[in-house]
Design a protein around this ligand. Structure first.
Ligand code: PMP
Length: 305
């Protein structure tokens, strides 16, 4: 990732990609106290545009607020930086990574008087779980790692350190031959994937876990809104893994994963074992929105030019 052409927005300046480095005693590198976003730009009908830019920038600031980190830039500047890196790297579509981290002035748990730095990078990134996954669905395994307890780490913050749990879970699933992990909360109820929110369909209703141990996903919110538009009832509730075994359909949502059908959980086939009709419809609506084909949601797209 580090050795490539292009530019990264770094504390207000565009820096050549290979020079966007930081000291090894950077506080966040040691303790994981940082916040970030994952955002996508799409080649829309009207030209390249960032999907739900404002909402991603808002969440970055909320995450920083939760961690007590004061960002040295305002929202308008960070949003503009995201448009700039897509444009300057000449991307037609891609993934964006804004991140805020503490500097290297001091080590130790007391993160007092540390500088806060912000970067925004962007690069091409196709289907996160593979193009095939979007059509045929993925095989998922319930993780042996629980999702965070709400009072151990802050689940509403998209915080760097939170992802150690995600990586452990994802790695375990991958090593066992599955595509992704489903994490349960400490009480044993479905929380989310390692980097995705979870939905299931049963008897014509859409179900998703309430937002306790799960991140408040922007794709999740998009799907809830789109479901409402087609008269699909959405129920937020605690979900057990055996309810998922018996669901008609299930899928993950995320900026990276988009709308990825789940065809199997713990070697139990879900529904017909392929992308179900409700999933297919919501996925198509989602792709219409991100590609600028849904006039009603044109405001979700911010052109980069
Ligand atoms: N949960 C976790 C743990 C995530 O990392 C992500 C990706 N940001 C999501 C859910 C989905 O969030 P969003 O739809 O905003 O990308």
């Amino acid at each position: 990732m580090a050795d490539r052409d292009g530019v990264i927005w770094y504390d207000g300046k565009l820096v050549p990609w290979r020079d966007a480095t930081t000291h090894v005693l950077t506080h966040t590198l040691h303790y994981g106290m940082g916040v970030f976003e994952g955002v996508r730009a799409y080649k829309a009908e009207q030209g390249t545009a960032i999907f739900r830019l404002q909402e991603h920038t808002d969440r970055l600031f909320r995450s920083a607020h939760i961690l007590g980190m004061k960002l040295p830039f305002d929202k308008a500047t960070i949003s503009e930086a995201q448009r700039t890196v897509v444009r300057e790297n000449k991307l037609e579509s891609g993934y964006l990574r804004p991140m805020a981290f503490f500097g290297s002035e001091a080590m130790g748990i007391s993160a007092k008087n540390l500088s806060v730095h912000v970067i925004v990078a962007a690069w091409p990134w196709g289907a996160y779980l593979g193009a095939e996954a979007l059509n045929n669905g993925i095989r998922v395994k319930t993780s042996s790692f629980s999702r965070h307890h709400v009072n151990i780490t802050m689940c509403k913050a998209k915080a760097n350190g939170n992802y150690m749990n995600s990586i452990l879970a994802h790695k375990e699933a991958e090593m066992d031959g599955y595509d992704e992990a489903l994490l349960l909360d400490v009480d044993g109820f479905v929380a989310e994937g390692s980097g995705e929110n979870f939905f299931m369909v049963r008897n014509g209703k859409l179900y998703t876990p309430d937002l306790t141990a799960a991140l408040e996903g922007i794709t999740r919110d998009t799907i809830v809104q789109l479901a409402g538009e087609i008269g699909l009832q959405v129920v937020e509730k605690r979900i057990t893994r055996d309810e998922v075994y018996c669901a008609d359909e299930a899928f993950f949502t995320g900026t990276a994963a988009e709308v990825t059908p789940i065809r199997e959980l713990d070697n139990r086939t879900i529904g017909a074992g392929t992308r179900g009709p409700v999933t297919a419809r919501l996925q198509a609506m989602y792709f219409d929105c991100v590609h600028g084909r849904a006039a009603a949601h044109a405001d979700w797209l911010t052109p980069v030019r």
